[in-house]
Design a protein around this ligand. Structure first.
Ligand SMILES: [Zn+2]
Ligand SMILES: [Zn+2]
Length: 199
């Protein structure tokens, strides 16, 4: 799935504004990108999620999140929801959201390298560990990424789909070309294996 946001700035325009030291723009755009995709669990770590899963999986009633449909967000009309208060129904739904996303990520999105004999992992793992998003002098953005063996994901998409997903922010010509190559390679996989076979 490719989302093209109409009337949005081009990667070139974003890079130019980042280089012009427009600090307000930089803060806003980084906040937007970070809300869209992430390279870590929500408020927890892989070790904590594994510990939690080891405990709950002992329960015979336990159903893995990949086998269960997600609960829709509550359409609560209580007094708290109409004002600024914190409603326990909405609060507990967000708790479930976080748990489901973290469990799915731990079960389906952690990279286990099958190319151990190669010097470098073909899928570029482990990813560079960063606690904060940074912008260099040429306007390149290096996103926060705190789980080296996790790719980048959008939590709402993980929650909905309940399976392995990969979300890339196409903010440079290089990343757009890399994704085009990857997708073309993927969708012609059967064809290319025939080509190799008949050579
Ligand atoms: Zn409510
Ligand atoms: Zn690998």
């Amino acid at each position: 799935m490719l989302l093209w946001i109409n009337n949005s700035l081009t990667p070139q325009e974003i890079q130019e504004r980042l280089m012009s030291k427009d600090s307000e723009f930089q803060k806003e755009i980084i906040g937007y990108f970070e809300s869209m995709h992430q390279g870590e669990f929500i408020d927890t770590t892989l070790e904590e999620v594994k510990c939690y899963l080891n405990a709950v999986e002992k329960d015979p009633e336990y159903a893995p999140p990949t086998m269960v449909l997600p609960d829709p967000a509550p359409d609560c009309k209580c007094l708290e929801c109409q004002g600024d208060g914190e409603c326990h129904i909405v609060h507990s739904w967000w708790e479930k959201f976080r748990t489901r996303v973290n469990d799915i990520l731990a079960c389906t999105n952690i990279h286990q390298c099958k190319n151990v004999w190669l010097e470098k992992c073909k899928a570029r793992f482990p990813r560079e560990y960063r606690t904060e998003t940074a912008v260099d002098q040429e306007g390149h953005i290096f996103f926060r990424h705190m789980e080296p063996n996790l790719n980048t994901i959008t939590s709402a998409l993980t929650y909905m789909l309940g399976c392995n997903t990969d979300v890339s922010n196409l903010q440079s010509g290089t990343s757009i070309k890399a994704v085009l190559m990857y997708i073309t390679d993927y969708i012609t996989k059967i064809l290319s294996s025939y080509i190799v076979y008949f050579k």
